[in-house]
Design a protein around this ligand. Structure first.
Ligand code: HEC
Ligand code: HEC
Length: 282
């Protein structure tokens, strides 16, 4: 088959998957659209364990082996450790000046993030916390989200909780933000009128083009991750943006209120799973 025809075939295949899901979902959207605030929750297509089984069957140990041979995220992690111990800003401090040599006072801290912060009256992620400390405690400039140094520091802080179970609370003032995050996950948007849950809850374990769609439990335990497709390390929020672009939805800015609430929701779904950074993904 020549290249043009192959490309056309791929486009047709991609469209057909979308059309099938769109037509199945159309009925649901009419029903769900009638009351804006009410969420019609889906029953997960499969259990997280069944998803793991299908993942192994589909990809084998390829990703695991590649990660073992060398995860480029490990180099970034080392740079993050160095940054943590470097003085920056007008107050002549490093992160380690307050949080201890080798971040000893932050061991386990990342397991409780994202969390409510009374000062911003909203949800703070690890990324946001780091910038708050830089500005307020160090007199240093906030790091640009998704820049190398920002990801490196986030990676280092999270690595201090590696192997520890995620333990995010949605009690008290965090509750309403969790509900907003969940509403976002179920909100239909974009040209295809999709929501996140259709794919990652209702059709988890099914195929979308050449991809096995993942189960949402486990989405938040391995970021920042190195992704082959990016050829770089990126954050969970970069992934949010990617999925929104793929479904023809306008992506939102990093650390926007919506994405912080969404991160809280998805991290809560992963409660109990151990943090494992840097992740490695296709
Ligand atoms: C001058 C002292 C100081 C410096 C320097 C500092 N922090 Fe903090 N940090 C704090 C204080 C105080 C808190 C707790 C109150 C708050 O949330 O601001 C905190 C909270 C945190 C937390 C959350 C801990 C928890 O258990 O909730 C993290 C993570 C953190 N800092 C990371 C960093 C990083 C990374 C740097 C360097 C970029 C840094 N901090 C620099 C004082 C500091
Ligand atoms: C049309 C189906 C579809 C929709 C809708 C969709 N995604 Fe995805 N998503 C995928 C596919 C395919 C992948 C790549 C394979 C995988 O890990 O599932 C992916 C990957 C992800 C990952 C990475 C998982 C990991 O462990 O590395 C996250 C996080 C994610 N999506 C979040 C979202 C969010 C948030 C939304 C809604 C804004 C969304 N997705 C909407 C299909 C979808």
């Amino acid at each position: 088959m020549n290249r043009k025809r192959l490309a056309l075939l791929q486009v047709l295949m991609a469209l057909s998957v979308i059309i099938v899901i769109t037509s199945i979902e159309f009925v649901g959207s009419v029903r769900a659209g009638s009351t804006e605030t009410e969420i019609v929750e889906y029953t997960p297509s499969i259990s997280p364990e069944e998803y793991e089984r299908r993942y192994k069957e589909f990809y084998g140990d390829t990703t695991k082996q590649m990660a073992e041979e060398g995860n480029p995220g490990e180099l970034m992690l080392e740079d993050g450790e160095e940054l943590f111990h470097s003085v920056d800003g007008s107050k002549g401090k490093s992160c380690a000046s307050c949080h201890g040599e080798n971040g000893k006072d932050l061991v386990g801290a990342a397991t409780t993030f994202p969390k409510y912060d009374p000062e911003i009256k909203g949800i703070k992620t690890v990324a946001l916390q780091i910038n708050m400390c830089r500005e307020k405690r160090m007199g240093a400039k906030p790091l640009k989200y998704e820049s190398y140094d920002q990801l490196a520091l986030e990676l280092y802080v999270k690595s201090l909780s590696n192997g520890m179970p995620i333990n995010v609370s949605i009690d008290g003032p965090a509750g309403p933000f969790y509900e907003k995050g969940k509403a976002f996950y179920y909100k239909r948007q974009g040209q295809f009128n999709f929501n996140c849950a259709i794919c990652h809850v209702k059709y988890a374990g099914y195929m979308a083009r050449a991809n096995l769609i993942s189960h949402y439990r486990g989405h938040a335990d391995h970021w920042p991750s190195y992704r082959l497709k990016w050829g770089a390390v990126g954050s969970l929020q970069r992934r949010f943006r990617g999925c929104m672009k793929n479904t023809r939805t306008k992506p939102l800015p990093y650390q926007s209120e919506e994405y912080r609430n969404l991160e809280l929701y998805l991290t809560y779904i992963s409660n109990g799973l151990p943090i494992q950074v840097p992740g490695f993904r296709m």
